[in-house]
Design a protein around this ligand. Structure first.
Ligand code: PLP
Ligand code: COI
Length: 367
C-alpha cells in the first residue's frame, strides 16, 4: 500500500469567526460543515495519490460514476473533543481506520493505510481547530471519512478509481432534548442485514435499507428501529445506527451484569460497544457478549431482572432506551427514565473522551 503525502491548499475565504460562533452555539447534528476537507485518490496500478487538504466544496461527478449506480461506498464516524486545557483529541481513530479497511475489503475497494486515515483526520482537525466546540458540554467535532468508486461506466465490477474524502461537522446531541430515553420499535418483519451480507460493513446501502423500517417505527410513534436477526426473527441485533446493551440486576447492591449481543457478522462492530466492554469491567460490572432474544428482553423486564437497556454509538454516545414496542406488545425500561448504570457508563466514557478522566486504555489521540 502506498502512503501519499497530503498537500495543503487552505481556503482563502473561510467563514468569519462570528458566523462560526453562531453555528457552534447550536450545531445540531450533521447540518453544518467546516471550511476544509481532505481528498485522496486511488487509481489501479498507481495506488493512493494526490492527497490534498482543500476548501470544503462540491464534488463534480460524471453521471455514469459507478457509486451513483452500484453503491460502492463506505464511511466512518469519529469525534474530536476539546480538552480542559484547550487542546483537541480524537477518540480511537486507529479503530475507525481498521474498520474502514474491513469495510473496504467487503465492498471490494482498496484499503487505505491506517496511518494515512489518521493523518487525513488529524490534518483536517488541525486546520479547522476553531470549529471544535468548547470543553464543558457534550458537543464535539464529528468527522466523516468516506470513500466512493469513481470510475465512469456502467459495468458491474469493482471500480478502478476511488476517491477518499474526510469532512467535519460540529455536533451537538444526536437526539435533541438532552439525555432522555428513546422509544424503540422492534421490527419482526423488516431486517437490516443477513448472514453473509454487508451488515458488519459501514456502507451506505445498510442505511438505505433501514429507512423504510425507520419510517414504520415513526408511524408506530417510536424514535428508532431495533432489528432482529434475519433467520429466526428473534435474536436482537442492533438499531439502525447504534449497538445495544442490556443491564441485569443494576442498582440493587447485588451483582450487575452488562450484556451486549454477540457479533454475528450482520451486526456492526461498534467502537463505542467495544470501549464499553472494557469500561464496564473497569467499573466492576460483569460483562458478557451473548445472544439475547426478544422474548428474554420482554420476559426479564417483566420479572425485574433486566433493569436497563441502552444504545451506544459515536453519534449518539450512550442513549437510554425507554419504551419498547413490538407486534407482541409494549413495555418500559426503568420506568421510562435513564437508568443509574446507563448514566454511570455514559459519564465515564465522556470523561475519557473529553480528557476529564485519565485514559488508561490509550484511546485518546492528542493532536
Ligand atoms: N451500528 C450501526 C449500524 C452504526 O451505524 C453505528 C455507528 O457508527 C454503530 C452501530 C456504533 O458504532 P460506533 O460505536 O463505532 O460509532
Ligand atoms: C455514527 O455514530 O458515527 C454513525 O455513523 C451513526 C449514524 C449517524 C449513521
Amino acid at each position: 500500500m502506498t502512503t501519499p503525502t497530503i498537500e495543503l491548499k487552505p481556503s482563502s475565504n473561510p467563514l468569519s469567526a462570528a458566523e462560526r460562533e453562531a453555528i457552534l452555539a447550536d450545531p445540531g447534528f450533521g447540518r453544518h460543515f467546516t471550511d476544509h476537507m481532505v481528498t485522496i485518490r486511488w487509481t489501479e496500478g498507481r495506488g493512493w495519490h494526490d492527497g490534498q487538504l482543500v476548501p470544503y466544496g462540491p464534488l463534480a461527478l460524471d453521471p455514469a460514476t459507478t457509486v451513483l449506480h452500484y453503491a460502492q461506498e463506505i464511511f466512518e464516524g469519529l469525534k474530536a473533543y476539546r480538552r480542559p486545557d484547550g487542546s483537541v483529541a480524537t477518540f480511537r481513530p486507529d479503530a475507525n481506520a481498521r474498520r474502514f479497511q474491513a469495510s473496504a475489503r467487503r465492498l471490494a475497494m482498496p484499503e487505505l493505510p491506517v496511518e494515512t486515515f489518521i493523518q487525513a483526520c488529524d490534518l483536517l482537525v488541525q486546520q479547522d481547530k476553531a470549529w471544535v466546540p468548547a470543553h464543558g458540554g457534550e458537543a464535539s467535532l464529528y468527522l466523516r471519512p468516506f470513500m466512493i468508486g469513481t470510475e465512469v461506466g456502467l459495468g458491474v465490477r469493482p471500480a478502478n478509481e476511488y476517491l477518499f474524502v474526510v469532512i467535519a461537522s460540529p455536533a451537538g446531541p444526536y437526539f435533541p432534548g438532552g439525555v432522555k430515553p428513546v422509544s424503540i420499535w422492534a421490527s419482526e418483519d423488516r431486517v437490516r442485514a443477513v448472514p453473509g451480507g454487508m451488515g458488519d460493513a459501514k456502507t451506505g446501502g445498510n442505511y438505505a435499507a433501514s429507512l423504510l423500517a425507520q419510517a414504520e417505527a415513526a408511524a408506530q410513534g417510536c424514535d428508532q428501529v431495533c432489528y432482529l436477526d434475519a433467520v429466526e426473527h428473534k435474536w436482537v441485533e442492533e438499531l439502525g445506527g447504534m449497538n445495544l446493551y442490556f443491564v441485569y440486576g443494576g442498582g440493587e447492591g447485588g451483582t450487575t451484569k452488562i450484556v451486549t449481543p454477540t457479533l454475528t457478522g450482520s451486526i456492526l462492530e461498534g467502537i463505542t460497544r467495544d470501549s464499553l466492554l472494557a469500561l464496564a469491567a473497569d467499573l466492576g460490572y460483569e460483562v458478557e457478549e451473548r445472544r439475547v432474544s426478544i422474548d428474554d428482553w420482554q420476559g426479564h423486564t417483566a420479572d425485574g431482572s433486566l433493569t436497563e437497556v441502552f444504545a451506544c454509538g459515536t453519534a449518539a454516545v450512550i442513549t437510554p432506551v425507554g419504551t419498547v414496542k413490538s407486534a407482541r406488545g409494549e413495555w418500559q425500561q426503568s420506568g421510562g427514565r435513564p437508568g443509574e448504570v446507563t448514566m454511570k457508563l455514559r459519564e465515564a466514557l465522556l470523561a475519557i473522551q473529553t480528557g476529564k478522566a485519565e485514559d488508561v486504555h490509550g484511546w485518546t489521540h492528542e493532536l
